[in-house]
Write a protein that binds this ligand. Structure first.
Ligand SMILES: C[S@@+](CC[C@H](N)C(=O)[O-])C[C@H]1O[C@@H](n2cnc3c(N)ncnc32)[C@H](O)[C@@H]1O
Length: 284
């Protein structure tokens, strides 16, 4: 495996994904009952941004904008709190650390990472996490995220948020595997909330994936897309997509407020944009 998230940490796709993740966690926390947070492709947790260019166009830009929507202000505040607590402004918290800080005593965090050194680094970053629900509620597992997804659901709490964020080195194969894994998980646990990140590199491919998703996954799915470059240019990552299965109440409505603000803040020209729409509704 060649993928190193350290090169991409804090880029515009991370910002899109992590603002959404915090909004989903806040929605699940509206109820007192505990839930499982499962991060199937967790990464190393903490990233040094000093040598990376991509973060300047992502989190760097975001921190320089005025945050009108509560979700964007909340993300900036969470980042600031974590950086102040660890005493390092050049570090960036990945999804496991952002989530762990939000989990309560009654919640549980399970983080899966395939690469040994990354899993080890994540364990160390979680061990020194200020606040959070305590080490007993957080577990790092080295292994295949989709295999752990099969084993972990349904959770004993009967409530779960699952983030699926693969590297997409073999993009079409991984997308098909993720769609099949979510369809399978829903057969065993129909009420789970799933957030699946995917790259937008070519419009044709993104559209085909959404069609494949609606055929495979029989549950209401919200599609959230943010793009900075023309959706057809083949040069690099043009945009970031998230499919949210069983979206909690008002997630879509709120996203229609904050996502355009985020797109405007991160814009690099006039070819960017954003879209939030229901891809599929409840099956009849
Ligand atoms: C995009 S990064 C994750 C970033 C992280 N979710 C975040 O937002 O901070 C993808 C991660 O998946 C890991 N990975 C690759 N294949 C995996 C697999 N089969 N199971 C679990 N993790 C895997 C990679 O090593 C990499 O750290």
């Amino acid at each position: 495996m060649k993928y190193r998230h350290a090169f991409h940490a804090g880029n515009f796709a991370d910002v899109h994904k992590h603002v959404t993740l915090l909004a989903l966690l806040a929605a699940l926390k509206r109820k007192d009952k505990g839930f499982l947070y499962l991060d199937t492709h967790a990464g190393r947790g903490s990233y040094d941004l000093s040598g990376t260019a991509e973060s300047a166009a992502g989190v760097g830009r975001l921190l320089g904008c005025e945050h009108r929507a509560a979700e964007l202000a909340g993300y900036a505040a969470a980042l600031g709190r974590w950086r102040a607590a660890v005493g390092a402004r050049h570090l960036y918290p990945g999804s496991p650390l952002l989530a762990a800080l939000e989990l309560r005593a009654q919640d549980r965090g399970l983080f899966v990472e395939w690469q040994g050194p990354e899993a080890h680094a994540l364990g160390a970053a979680l061990a020194v996490l200020p606040g959070g629900p305590g080490a007993a509620k957080l577990r790092v597992e080295r292994g295949d995220g989709l295999a752990v997804l099969r084993a972990a659901l349904p959770p004993r709490e009967r409530r779960a948020l699952v983030l699926i964020d693969p590297p997409y080195e073999d993009a079409s194969r991984e997308f098909t595997a993720v769609a099949a894994a979510v369809a399978d998980a829903l057969r065993r646990f129909a009420t789970g909330v799933f957030a699946v990140w995917y790259p937008i590199k070519e419009q044709r491919v993104a559209q085909a994936w959404q069609a494949e998703w609606t055929r495979a996954v029989a549950a209401p799915t919200l599609a959230s897309e943010l793009w900075l470059y023309p959706r057809d240019s083949r040069v690099a990552l043009n945009g970031s997509g998230l499919l949210i299965v069983n979206p909690p109440w008002q997630i879509g409505e709120r996203m229609r407020v904050w996502l355009p603000q985020l797109a405007a803040c991160l814009a690099v020209g006039d070819s960017g944009g954003s879209e939030v729409r229901m891809l599929s509704q409840s099956p009849e």
